[in-house]
Design a protein around this ligand. Sequence first.
Ligand code: 16G
Ligand code: ZN
Length: 550
Amino acid sequence: EEQRLLLLQSSSLFAPPEGVKLSYGTAGFRADASILKSTVHRVGILTALRSLKTRSVVGLMITASHNKVTDNGVKIVDPSGGMLSQEWEPFADQLANAETPEALLSLITEFIEKEKIPFDGVQTAEILLGRDTRPSGESLLEAAKQGISSIFGAMAHDLGILTTPQLHWMVRARNKSMAATEPAYFEQISSSFRCLVELIPNETKSNKMDNRVVVDGADGVGGEKLEVLKNMLTGLVIEVRNTGKGGGLLNDGVGADYVQKEKVVPRGFGSNDIGIRCASLDGDADRIVYFTVSDNSSSRIDLVDGDKMLSLFALFIKEQLSILTKEGNENPNNNSQARLGVVQTAYANGASTDYLKQLGLEVIFTPTGVKHLHEKAAQFDIGIYFEANGHGTILFSEFWLSWLEARNNEFSLVSEGSEQQKAALRLLSVSKLINQAVGDALSSLLLVEAILQHKGWSIHKWNKLYQDLPSRQLKVKVVDRTAVTTTNAETIAVSPPGIQEAIDAETAKYSKGRCFIRPSGTEDVIRVYAEASTQESANSLAGSVAKIVD
Ligand code: 16G
Ligand code: ZN
């Protein structure tokens, strides 16, 4: 009874905005920050319930990633460090849209019963809170805290300003009883980077490679954190621009999303940077793309996107695995081939998929959205996933990692310093460097840098792994985006009837033509993606399919 009163009282302070319907989309709730307080308060309540239900530490992150600075958002981090279980998403929607405190209370009561959430006053809940640099973050975080404290036994730990992947990492670490602080995070990724650098073969060490990278911090949290991290590294010089300290506006003409979609340089980059290796983070540092300033026009870029990072990572891992499992070594039992797989979405450039298949890798497709890719990648011993937009990571199964640890220990006894041991150590370092919870721009940056140094490659050499097929993306504003439904990882439209046949007929007119449509998960639009052998034909294919949709 006391609990009910507390919830009613707390909720009456956070009335939902009128006439707005919010939904827990691909990446949590997102909207203009001014209408989000009640939603965040309710997500606070939900996060406490999630912690009670799972009897573990969970997380709550306040961010709107690459969206404009006046937007904000909120999402829940599950005990594994991954996204909130999809089963709970519909309930998040219901909670956010309950009109009165009474309606909210009855929803919660029903849900507690249905989900058998232990509500005995004995079980406690613990929630880690983080936010990006948006000015609205502070008051929204306060709303989240009040939501959490309206559940008896729930405790919030405010960790202040963090990148999204840092919070995911910390939630995962806490539930594994490991140190879950920011210094522990920096220490782990900087020391595993150091290990990879120490294991660079002598042949490439002597290559005079440019060890400088210039990073666009999107005027957000990533730039700020990278300023700290860079001082813990040796053998790599990181120059951070758009750190947010110079008065620049978050995501405004800067950031990975802008650079990838517009294919132009971010603010603060130009003709002085021609030939230099550059990278761009998004507003909460869970995405990164590389680029170079094009030498014919100082505002255009050559983009090195998520697909190319995936390819570089896949190549490196595959090489290390083949050294590790080379035949004729001391140990006849060494026949454990790791199952290595890669996961992409329909947006992956067709040339990247061809390249990966030609490497002999298993390539799987899922619908857009990190939760889908992550789930599939987790089914391999080593699963690599990336969206073209620069979000991705490499997952190592616990089982395979302990096999690898054991192999490494054997090598220490019988063949210390052998090539095989080095390969084992490199793979172990990668598993510590790259965020196991979610895509992380800072750890992806360091892994790219370590691999380029390992191979003695410039960004141009890397970019030549394969040549992107020309592509074009368009969006079509529609009244009802749910009219379009898709199947086969969004590559085929099943409704409205007849539309796929029309797309097929159009696509068939182009050499290397490929085209799909899908409803956006974050905007009221239908997205069109087209690829073909020339830029003109990709543009024209996208254009005619957009007309079909309209
Ligand atoms: C969200 C997703 C991102 C996806 C994008 C697609 C997460 C953390 N983020 O930002 O992975 O690429 O949505 O947006 O899942 P769209 O549905 O509007 O095309
Ligand atoms: Zn982001």
